[in-house]
Design a protein around this ligand. Structure first.
Ligand SMILES: Nc1ncnc2c1ncn2[C@@H]1O[C@H](COP(=O)(O)OP(=O)(O)O)[C@@H](O)[C@H]1O
Ligand SMILES: [Mg+2]
Length: 158
């Protein structure tokens, strides 16, 4: 597990933008953490890093937004997921293989998440209203290598 501190929304975006070049079709990123900890902010950075020009918003009535960049980016937000039937309809996204899948509130689809994925856990970091910690948990060797490569080149704030 790798833990990175972010001091601002811009820094969270920049971290994610820096991860984007390491991503390939079929990669799955699952974002966990309370409301307001920066998950959507991170997706915004990922999109920018993938060359998406359309603004990223939180999927609200639809649970999925698709963006076109260097690779397709499928942005799922399961916050409003109503039940297992709805989750079932989304399962195909975890196995599309033609783009990058990023999932907010991924734990709401616990049983259907792929075994190999990158989990990112977001939390508030103390008193500072702009501080967050992002913990990366690689599930599978590919993701472990990816995070190592990425953090080698990233400004981590340490
Ligand atoms: N270091 C930080 N990283 C990300 N967002 C931050 C940070 N500091 C403050 N914020 C603020 O926290 C909120 C995060 O919102 P959002 O990305 O929508 O969170 P989530 O998707 O987890 O609910 C935004 O209002 C953002 O400006
Ligand atoms: Mg969000």
């Amino acid at each position: 597990m790798w833990t990175v501190r972010s001091a601002s929304p811009a820094e969270t975006e920049a971290l994610a933008a820096g991860l984007a070049p390491h991503l390939a079709a079929g990669d799955v990123l699952c974002l966990h953490g309370e409301l307001g900890t920066g998950k959507t902010c991170f997706v915004r950075g990922l999109a920018r890093g993938l060359g998406v020009t359309r603004p990223v918003t939180s999927p609200s009535f639809v649970l999925v937004h698709e963006y076109r960049g260097r690779l397709p980016l499928y942005h799922l937000d399961l916050y409003r997921l109503r039940g297992p039937e709805e989750a079932f309809d989304l399962e195909e996204y975890f196995h599309t293989g033609d783009g990058v899948v990023v999932v907010e509130w991924a734990d709401r689809a616990e049983g259907m998440l792929p075994e190999r994925r990158l989990d990112v856990v977001f939390s508030f970091a103390g008193e500072d209203p702009g501080a967050r910690t992002l913990s990366f948990v690689a599930r599978g060797e590919r993701y472990a290598l990816m995070v190592r490569e990425w953090l080698k080149g990233a400004r981590t704030g340490h």
